[in-house]
Every structure is written in structure tokens, then in C-alpha cells.
Design a protein around this ligand. Structure first.
Ligand code: FMN
Ligand code: 173
Length: 388
């Protein structure tokens, strides 16, 4: 078992020698420092959301109206935070959500590689986005012994979609995460005001530019005519998916299929009926639709509807406490999004690993003091709404 809470002793012991942490352990300070490191354009893209960002803000704020009740006289000297997913045991219930701007976020512009190395360092699986500055094969190799998942933005061109899936299989990814909520981008005022859309400037498109099917669609290679390649990318990017498409996904791959963006219990039931191996409850961090409900408030109903099928969760996780609340409400695994990307901005792989370790340390210590030695105990204890 891994004792994530040991990070606390490491920090205090280093302090005795006069060494303070390089990076902050709380989200507010992390975010502020990361925005300075990223500069205005990347900050706008990463921190920004849809409309007036009410849904995005609510994703994080809504955790505050869920509370947990501690139990006493329980031996919590050892905690087990491990989970089983897709036939593999992971040391912790966290994963790194797909962020199609990781590549640009780290100072060397190879942030996908850095995120992969953070995964190797922590054992927290990385869900690599289709949108990346390095090809998915290299990213997978950098994950070391930690299994990785591949997030697919399904291109309109089925041959290209098949090619990306085959490449993910051959590279050794262990799950295919199909994102349902972003075939078109939502209304993002921060980026619109600055006409800031990195993909149209050729950023994070390496999985396309290295793909033989994509290249066959071009008259000249992307290295010679990037503008035409970007235009082709934009034309093929977003396929609207319907439930009928699940048959196609099931026929084309044996990888476990995770459907990302499920918020309604009826959609969760439908996903399970169509053969999804996991339901991923997420509203894309409030970047796609404004006017929605915080995902943490939807989680319980999605979990109930999914039955025995595991539910993954993200949107608004900022701390170990948030993660434990999501687990208490039934998530099998919890996705960290913006926080680890901010870690990449400040310190590459080590910075992202620091953020993940901080979240795990807080979660572990919370379980220790709350009398929840295992995730089954967390689930049994549950969380209560405190505002009604
Ligand atoms: C800058 C940025 C880029 C993202 N890119 C992707 C992506 O490529 N694929 C995807 O499925 N989700 C993407 N997401 C959504 C995340 O996977 C996740 O759902 C979201 O970040 C959760 O919200 P939070 O970071 O506020 O907790 C992106 C999010 C951000 C902030
Ligand atoms: O920015 C995003 O959240 C995202 O996932 C995305 C991906 C491709 C095109 C537009 C947005």
C-alpha cells in the first residue's frame, strides 16, 4: 500500500532544514502562480469557460454544500486508496483528465510528455487527449509502468477515426475514452474577445499531422503547408455522435469504451445498455455549456443509473477533500483537470506530480482522521447535502 499522507511529514522535515516547498499545495495559490507562468493567451484558454462561467464556477463551489461525518474508534492507521478498473489495480482513485492544451502548458511545449512522466512518477493514470504536441505513441511510452488511456475526439472521417484507434491500441493504451460533449466548441467569451483558439494556429495537432490517413487527405505535407493541414483538421474535427454509433465503436475496438460527458441518468442507462464499459460524468469543466448544474450535484443519480458499471467523474476537483466527496457519492475514479495542467506550467512533470501528490495526501489524511480506512468505508459513509 502507498501512504500518500507521508508527503506532509516530508514537507515539515524539509522545513526543519530551512527548505520550503517549491510549489504550493493549495489550488488558489497554484492557479495564481500558474497564470503568471502561462501568460494571458494560454491562461484565457485554460482558465476560461462557457458564457459568464457560472456553471464552471458552480462545479467547484457546489462541493461546499456536501459534507461528510467523521467516525471514531476505527483503526485507520493503514489506508487503502487503491481501485480496480478495466482489470487493472491502480494505487489511487485519481486519474489525469484529458487536457488538449497540456502540450502548450509546460515551458518546453512538450507538456503531454511531461504529463505522461508525472503519471509514471505517481501511478496516477493519464488520459491522453487527441489534441497533443507529441504523438500518442511517444506519450504512451513516457507513462512508464502506469497504464494509460486514450481520449478520442472522433473525426468525421471514419478512416481517420479508425486509424487513431488502431494507433492507440498498438501503442498499448488500456481504454478508449470517447468525448461526447465537444464536437463543436461552446461560447467562450474570454477566448472570443481575444480571438484565441490555439488549434487554428496549428497548436496541439501532432496526432493528426503524424497520422498516415490524415496525411493522405493533404496534397502537401503539414511541414510544407501548415495552413492547409490546419484547414483540413478543422473540416474533419467534430463528428456528432448518436447512440447508433456505439455499435461502430464496439465493432472497431476491443478496448474498454468510456463515454465522457454523461450527466443525465437516462443517458447513463443508455450508455450501459449500449455496452459502455464505464460512464464518465463530466460537463467538460463548464467549458462547453453554460447554464448547467454542477456535476457533483448530478453524480449520485448517474451512479444509481449506471448500476454495476463504474462511473468516472470530473469537473471542479480542486483538492483531496473534493476527491473524497466524489468517491463518497459513488465515483469509482476521480479526474483531476486544470490543477495538474497548472502544475505542468509551473514545474513540468515534477510540478504536475506535486499537484497530484498534494491532492492524494489530503485525501489520505482526510480518510485517516474521518475514520475511513478504505474507499468502501468512504462510500458507506457517503456525503450529505447541507443546504436543504
Ligand atoms: C484547457 C483544457 C483543455 C481540455 N481538453 C480536453 C480534451 O482535449 N478532451 C477532453 O475530453 N476534455 C478536455 N477538457 C476537459 C477535461 O477533460 C475535464 O473534463 C475538465 O477539465 C474538468 O474540469 P476542471 O478542470 O475544472 O476540474 C479540457 C479542459 C481544459 C481546461
Ligand atoms: O478546449 C477544450 O476544452 C477542448 O476540449 C477542445 C478540443 C478541440 C477543439 C476545441 C476544444
Amino acid at each position: 500500500m502507498t501512504y500518500f499522507g507521508a508527503m506532509q511529514n516530508e514537507i515539515y522535515n524539509a522545513g526543519l532544514k530551512g527548505i520550503l516547498p517549491t510549489w504550493p499545495v493549495d489550488f488558489a495559490t497554484l492557479e495564481q502562480r500558474a497564470h503568471e507562468a502561462l501568460g494571458p493567451s494560454l491562461t484565457s484558454y485554460v482558465a476560461g469557460g462557457c458564457g459568464d462561467e457560472h456553471t464552471q464556477d458552480q462545479n467547484a463551489a457546489a462541493f461546499h454544500h456536501w459534507g461528510m461525518v467523521p467516525r471514531m474508534m476505527v483503526d485507520c492507521s493503514e489506508r487503502d486508496l487503491s481501485i480496480e478498473l478495466f482489470g487493472h489495480r491502480y494505487p489511487s482513485p485519481l486519474f489525469m483528465a484529458p487536457i488538449g492544451l497540456n502540450g502548450e502548458a509546460s515551458q518546453d511545449r512538450h507538456g503531454d510528455m511531461a504529463a505522461a512522466r508525472a503519471s509514471a512518477l505517481t501511478g496516477v493514470p493519464f488520459c491522453a487527449s487527441t489534441l497533443a504536441n507529441d504523438p500518442l505513441e511517444d506519450v504512451k511510452a513516457a507513462c512508464g509502468d502506469t497504464p494509460a488511456w486514450f481520449q478520442l475526439y472522433t473525426p468525421r472521417n471514419r478512416e481517420l477515426a479508425t486509424s487513431l484507434i488502431r494507433r492507440a491500441e498498438e501503442a498499448g493504451y488500456k481504454a478508449l475514452v470517447v468525448t461526447l460533449d465537444t464536437w463543436v466548441t461552446g461560447w467562450r467569451p474570454r477566448d472570443l474577445n481575444a480571438s484565441n483558439f490555439p488549434q487554428l494556429r496549428g497548436k496541439v495537432l501532432q496526432n493528426y499531422f503524424t497520422d498516415p490517413v490524415f496525411r493522405s487527405l493533404l496534397t502537401r505535407p503539414p511541414e510544407e503547408d501548415p495552413a492547409a493541414a490546419i484547414f483540413t483538421w478543422a473540416a474533419t474535427f467534430g463528428q456528432v455522435l448518436t447512440w447508433d454509433d456505439m455499435e461502430w465503436f464496439k465493432s472497431v475496438t476491443k478496448l474498454p469504451i468510456v463515454l465522457k460527458g454523461i450527466c443525465h441518468p437516462d443517458d447513463a442507462r443508455r450508455a450501459v445498455d449500449c455496452g459502455a464499459d464505464a460512464v464518465y460524468c463530466s460537463n467538460h469543466g463548464g467549458r462547453q455549456a453554460n447554464g448547467g448544474i454542477a456535476t457533483i450535484d448530478l453524480l449520485e443519480d448517474v451512479v444509481k443509473a449506471a448500476g454495476n458499471t463504474p462511473v468516472l467523474f470530473d469537473s471542479g476537483i480542486r483538492s483531496g477533500t473534493d476527491a473524497v466527496k466524489a468517491l463518497a457519492l459513488g465515483a469509482r475514479a476521480v479526474g483531476v483537470g486544470r490543477p495538474y495542467t497548472y502544475g505542468l506550467a509551473l514545474g513540468g512533470a515534477e510540478g504536475a506530480a506535486w499537484v497530484l501528490r498534494s491532492i492524494l495526501a489530503e485525501a489520505d489524511l482526510l480518510m485517516a482522521v474521518n475514520g475511513y480506512p478504505t474507499l468502501a468505508d468512504v462510500r458507506k459513509a457517503g456525503a450529505r447535502r447541507t443546504d436543504r
